[in-house]
Design a protein around this ligand. Structure first.
Ligand code: XMP
Length: 506
């Protein structure tokens, strides 16, 4: 297990992902919440930071339980931190040190640089520079502009680097992380999907014992993998609930429910479409829609959870990025739980919480899912928002609008699949605009709805770019939609990136 101390760098999660790619388990902690018991950690990595070590309010944690007691790798801010407080000197740099650089000197006898090219490309991102190494510091590498690009501390397994090995532009970055963690720190590479499954199943059995657990399935990857893991651990004591809010994709409720049953899950499908649509009637404002859906979902789920006698646990498909966000240096973002505060907590939210995936990144959830034998098609599904089609129907929602959008969406998604484009796209869907436009069909003039198609590339939804779908494909899909879906006479394609636009239109 490796400890990553976060000083607020935008790259901290990337460090964790690179370490995990080496099949080494690691956990991120904010610099001001260092765990008291460090006995399970075999090495520590210090992240970068937006701060200057010379600033009064910069992170200055006490590392006395770490430094010299276990192998330590200090990245960027971390490297400056060690220098600044231990006899070295950190000062503003005269030249901008940002972007690609090449190593110009490397101590190739040091195991840290084993199998690293002598002029390897590295990624710099800092405005301070280390003018003088700390006490017992030994220079290991330089670039043209940065003399002290890497150093170690004599007599310790402490290494420090000014550049960012976690960023892909650092060509040998992963090799350096491997050199530090495997060759120098001798951390075992035993974190594999199989090992995770084995360990978490035992842990869940130990924790839950003979209790009953309730879990809300959404059709998405996270809740599905969480359910299959729990099912493996506790079998029929897992009660899954899959709610139809009437805003799912066409035929999705029945198809996914059948799929869940086929996987041996103890699942109850609850068709609450009318209840949701009743409560949504006349609501136009996007946040009001989200709140209404959140409220009804909680009511429906609470009713169902009450039917399970003596249930003790609520399982959730929370994954590691959510956990990091909630404990981050900056603190949880203020908006996350707004709707949970309305009118006190429903009973099911007073249950004990179990989150089998809380230590995994999304790609790891998929790999665990594959190990568990879950259908690759299910694991490769695009993300779909909780409020479903409601936020893709601009303005108020009616049954007829949902029907139109479901038809359009199905043609688009099926088309992506049959043309081999689905897996190149991170998320796709259709939007029903509150606009009628004039068209002509046969001899008749029509005045019908406009739909927009949206397909984006992204890694985490935070930024996104529109996908350059082939014109021929767009032409076919547009024709098919207008010919087959009554009520639509015009199709447009959204060519906005995020930022400044968002993925959803509401
Ligand atoms: P935006 O529109 O903010 O979307 O660029 C980013 C990602 O978040 C999804 N999204 C939601 N997911 N509830 C959800 O569960 C919501 O209210 C919601 N709004 C947006 C969106 O589909 C995209 O993947």
């Amino acid at each position: 297990n490796v400890l990553i101390l976060d000083f607020g760098s935008q790259y901290t999660q990337l460090i964790a992902r690179r370490v995990r790619e080496l099949n080494i388990f690691c956990e991120i902690f904010p610099y001001n919440k260092i765990p008291e018991d460090l006995s399970s950690f075999k090495a520590t990595i210090l992240s970068g930071s937006p701060f200057s070590v010379r600033a009064e309010d910069a992170p200055h944690p006490d590392l006395s339980q770490i430094r010299g007691k276990m192998p330590l790798l200090a990245v960027c801010y971390g490297a400056q931190y060690l220098a600044h407080f231990d006899g070295g000197e950190v000062a503003p740099s005269n030249i901008r040190e940002y972007g690609r650089a090449n190593l110009s000197f490397v101590d190739d006898h040091d195991p840290f640089f084993e199998e690293v090219a002598l002029n390897s490309q590295v990624w710099m991102s800092h405005s301070d520079t280390i003018k003088k190494l700390p006490t017992n510091g030994v220079r290991l590498a330089s670039t043209k502009d940065v003399e002290n690009a890497a150093y170690r501390i004599e007599g310790e397994k402490t290494y420090a680097i000014q550049f960012h090995p976690e960023v892909y532009h650092s060509t040998d970055g992963k090799q350096m992380l491997e050199n530090f963690l495997v060759r120098i720190a001798e951390v075992p590479q035993n974190f594999t999907p199989n090992a995770f499954v084995e360990e978490i199943v035992a842990e869940l059995q130990e924790k839950i014992k003979g209790d009953k657990v309730v879990l809300g399935l959404s059709g998405g990857v996270d809740s599905t993998v969480a359910a299959v893991l729990l099912n493996k651990a506790i079998g029929k004591n897992l009660y899954c609930i899959f709610v139809n809010n009437g805003l799912l994709r066409k035929n999705e409720f029945q198809n996914v429910l059948d799929q869940y049953k086929g996987m041996g899950l103890n699942v109850k499908g609850v068709d609450a479409a009318d209840r949701f649509l009743d409560q949504l009637a006349g609501i136009e404002e996007p946040e009001a829609k989200r709140k209404a859906i959140g409220r009804v979902f909680i009511e429906v789920f609470d009713d169902e959870a009450h039917r399970i006698e003596d249930v003790k646990w609520l399982a959730q498909g929370t994954i590691y990025p959510d956990v990091i966000e909630s404990i981050s240096v900056k603190g949880p973002s203020a908006t996350i739980k707004s709707h949970h505060n309305v009118g006190g907590l429903p009973d099911f939210m007073k249950l004990k919480i179990v989150e089998p995936l809380r230590m995994l990144f999304k790609d790891e959830v998929r790999r665990v899912g594959a190990t568990l034998g879950i259908d690759p098609e299910l694991l490769g599904r695009h993300p779909f928002p909780g409020p479903g089609l409601s936020i893709r129907i601009l303005g108020d929602i009616t049954k007829e609008k949902v029907r139109i959008l479901q038809e359009v969406d199905a043609i688009f998604i099926e088309g992506l699949k049959s043309h081999g484009l689905y897996d190149q796209v991170w998320q796709a869907g259709a939007i029903l605009l509150p606009v009628n436009s004039v068209g002509v069909m046969g001899d008749e003039r029509t005045y019908e709805k406009v739909v927009a198609l949206r397909a984006v590339e992204s890694t985490d939804g935070m930024t996104a770019d529109w996908v350059h779908l082939p014109y021929d494909f767009l032409m076919k899909i547009s024709n098919e939609i207008i010919n087959k879906v009554k009520g639509v006479n015009r199709v447009v394609y959204d060519i906005s990136s995020k930022p400044p636009a968002t993925i959803e239109w509401e």
